[in-house]
Ligand binder design. Sequence first.
Ligand SMILES: C[S@@+](CC[C@H](N)C(=O)[O-])C[C@H]1O[C@@H](n2cnc3c(N)ncnc32)[C@H](O)[C@@H]1O
Length: 131
Amino acid sequence: MDFVPRAIEQAQEKLAEFPAEMFGVYCHDVTKLHELPNLRAPYDMVVDIGCGHGIPVDEAVQYAQDISSLLRPGGVWMLYAHEPTEEHDFGWKLADVCQLSSGHFDLAEQLLSQDTTNGMPSGWYRLVNRG
Ligand SMILES: C[S@@+](CC[C@H](N)C(=O)[O-])C[C@H]1O[C@@H](n2cnc3c(N)ncnc32)[C@H](O)[C@@H]1O
């Protein structure tokens, strides 16, 4: 899922050799997941690599709730997020991830490090859906 049409086109190109029933590609804003009726939930895993962290933390509570609704109980949200810095005022710190996910997820694992491409402080989080 991405809200940029070119990203969706690239995904469709990469998936062209796979049977259509194996995947779904959606041009959509992830802050409005609850408005998409045709997703194939429940999912075992949601992977978010650098998408959600652009959503302000207070607004991301709805995003976390929507992901929880799409996952089966015990399903996993694998999340990669940059942390905000003085130069970049977007991103989620560990405390933000805990805050926005605490209503629906248990934080099972975290790995805080620096992004290998730009050096930004970043984290991987494994969040388990309570269901
Ligand atoms: C850092 S890129 C990561 C792309 C992909 N996850 C990957 O690993 O190659 C972040 C992507 O999130 C998309 N994005 C950001 N905010 C979004 C939103 N609210 N809804 C849907 N897509 C969004 C951007 O258009 C961009 O393509």
